[in-house]
Ligand binder design. Structure first.
Ligand code: ZN
Length: 209
């Protein structure tokens, strides 16, 4: 049994969505300067690094992140490798991906994984799931989809994919670091921060297997 940490490390030098505030970790009390304890102030978007989207993010329906079902966020998960030449994850791509029947939690490792560890630059040409790919996931009984860049949808085409997934009851986990994990079956533990009324939250995610 091995534990794989598939969370990004939150730091000021990590890529964030264009226009989002950068991550700030500010030491507001420092023992080096005579304080009795070290204390850090954290400021960031709720969609920073490895994070979960709540339905309220794109549906404006008040279903916010603290209400997401823990029984979906934890449990058996299948990690599938999408070939590097795929630039858009369509229904046809998913059909060809040999996803085992009965899979409820699906993690997609794509060419995006190579984008991590390259500093703060945000890459707009990342691989995302198309609208028909999202419909395929809903139709196939997927309850959680995890991706290895900061959005499940292609850049500038966020609305249709997110709406299809969230309206279909699929939990979206974005910003996974899947570089060190091979395709296969694992146990997923993904625990977003319990932020009141938020459309998303950073999460610590691990795979055990
Ligand atoms: Zn998000």
């Amino acid at each position: 049994m091995k534990i794989y940490d598939i969370s990004l490390t939150m730091s000021p030098g990590m890529p964030v969505w264009p226009g989002d505030p950068p991550v700030a970790l500010t030491r507001v009390a420092s023992m080096d300067e005579g304080a009795h304890a070290n204390l850090t102030h954290l400021a960031c978007s709720a969609h920073t690094g490895t994070h979960v989207d709540a339905p309220h993010h794109f549906l404006n329906d008040r279903r916010t992140v603290e209400g997401l079902p823990l029984e979906v966020l934890t449990g058996p998960a299948c990690l599938v490798r999408i070939p590097d030449q795929v630039t858009l994850i369509t229904a046809a791509v998913l059909e060809a991906a040999a996803i085992p029947a009965g899979t409820e939690r699906l993690l997609l490792k794509t060419a995006n994984s190579a984008l991590w560890g390259q500093g703060a630059e945000f890459f707009t040409a990342f691989v995302g799931v198309s609208e028909d790919g999202a419909a395929w996931l809903v139709r196939s009984g997927i309850r959680l989809i995890g991706v290895d860049y900061l959005s499940v949808a292609p850049y500038k085409q966020g609305v249709p994919t997110h709406r299809a997934l969230l309206a279909g009851g699929v939990v979206i986990v974005e910003g996974l670091d899947l570089r060190a994990v091979e395709p296969g079956e694992y146990a997923l533990y993904c625990l977003p921060l319990k932020l009141a009324g938020s459309d998303g939250a950073p999460a610590r995610a691990i795979l055990v297997g």
